[in-house]
Ligand binder design. Sequence first.
Ligand SMILES: [Mg+2]
Length: 160
Amino acid sequence: MKVTNTKFLRAFNSYKDITPEIIKQFHINGILIDLDDTLVPHNYPVPDESVKLWLEIINKEGIPVCIISNNQKKRMMSFIKDLNVGYFYNSFKPRTHVIDLALGVMNIRRDEAVLIGDQLFTDILAANKSGIKAFLVKPIGNKSTLFIKLKRFIERKILK
Ligand SMILES: [Mg+2]
């Protein structure tokens, strides 16, 4: 299983760049999204204003969102308290059983789903194993040049 199977992989700087236009372009009808370092910094306890705004925008499109985290129950419950989202904690990505559950809850097919996340060997690998689309985002608060290298690599593959 190649993590960098670029058929269904794209890279964005931030979840905020995943707009209704992008969602339409990729025929997405349901979003699975990682929590730590994707929506907020690791263990930042609550959603900030831009997370709320983005969820509102996605909500208006009628697109369900499900947060899928390997972190624990307590952390998840603090974060989702006032949000209108589905959620799974202790997800054990790159294992895929939670992705299957989420697709069932959202009642969508694999080809309509995307997993957004910052980690290649958990988020992106899980998406690839499940046969759903994957959007890699730059980890929040991390100035890593690895992301930029990966982004360029993905773009080169796609442009070929
Ligand atoms: Mg993460």
